[in-house]
Design a protein around this ligand. Structure first.
Ligand code: ATP
Ligand code: MG
Length: 234
């Protein structure tokens, strides 16, 4: 078992514009929520965060319901975020996990997920919690985030990804209020274009309502490319 000491600072989102909107990036030793519509860029964002954190010398673990080790490494390569060496050196752990099916009680899986995260690297991302949270009661969902918050406790950085459709507004606002940061992704129509939007809904306990939105597109061999609003609206 490793002894953890309190650390300060931020983990880069892999994109300086987003970091700026967040006052530096994802706070180290915190619990964050990435929430959004299907196809809005949640996984690409988590991949950029992984890249940003590994490049800064952190170790990271990704629990994924969406990829195998191979498909994840290939996906990242296609975004010019080749993490194969980090994976081979064990700085990055990729742990595929099963989703919870209809009719199954998510309690056991949520408990197991908390226990597994406690044994992992400094940065732990779960992409996505959707199948667990969508089958959980409000109490189970809240309790999962409460326990994660306790686990983070100033030393470990945890990020959970949830599809917006999996939670009611009430549950979402309760989860959000427990998290140190909440990033919300959506797709909007602007003229003839579909544009991805990232909103820093909350960071470090401070609720913000405006001025924290970025529009972007996902570009092969590049990742998230910010689109200036003037261009997005054209
Ligand atoms: N390597 C890539 N090259 C080009 N486009 C990509 C690449 N990887 C992802 N994309 C595009 O980026 C967009 C966002 O993908 P991403 O997987 O991050 O969405 P998501 O919100 O995680 O979706 P889901 O709800 O299915 O999990 C998609 O339109 C996808 O086609
Ligand atoms: Mg995804």
């Amino acid at each position: 078992m490793s002894v953890k000491t309190a650390v300060v600072g931020n983990i880069s989102t892999g994109n300086s514009e987003i970091d700026k909107k967040m006052g530096g990036g994802i706070p180290v030793g915190s619990m964050s929520l990435i929430e959004g519509q299907p196809d809005s860029g949640k996984s690409v964002l988590t991949q950029q965060i992984l890249w940003g954190s590994l490049a800064c010398g952190h170790k990271a673990t990704l629990f994924t319901t969406e990829n195998t080790v191979r498909s994840l490494l290939n996906q990242m390569k296609s975004l010019n975020l080749d993490m194969t060496d980090y994976y081979l050196l064990n700085y990055l752990k990729i742990r595929p996990i099963k989703t919870v099916k209809k009719g199954e009680d998510p309690e056991e899986t949520l408990r197991a997920l908390i226990a597994m995260q406690a044994e992992e690297h400094d940065l732990v991302i779960v992409d996505a919690l959707t199948s667990f949270i969508s089958r959980a009661t409000t109490e189970q969902s809240i309790s999962y985030f409460e326990e994660c918050k306790g686990l983070a406790n100033g030393t470990r950085t945890l990020i959970g990804v949830v599809h917006s459709y999996a939670v009611t507004e009430n549950v979402l606002s309760r989860i959000s209020s427990m998290c140190d940061a909440h990033l919300r992704l959506r797709i909007e129509t602007m003229g003839a274009q579909l544009v991805k939007m990232l909103e820093v809904a909350k960071v470090r306990g401070a609720q913000r309502t405006t001025g924290n939105i970025i529009s972007f597109e996902v570009e092969p061999n590049w990742g998230m490319r910010i689109i200036p609003f003037s261009k997005a609206r054209a």
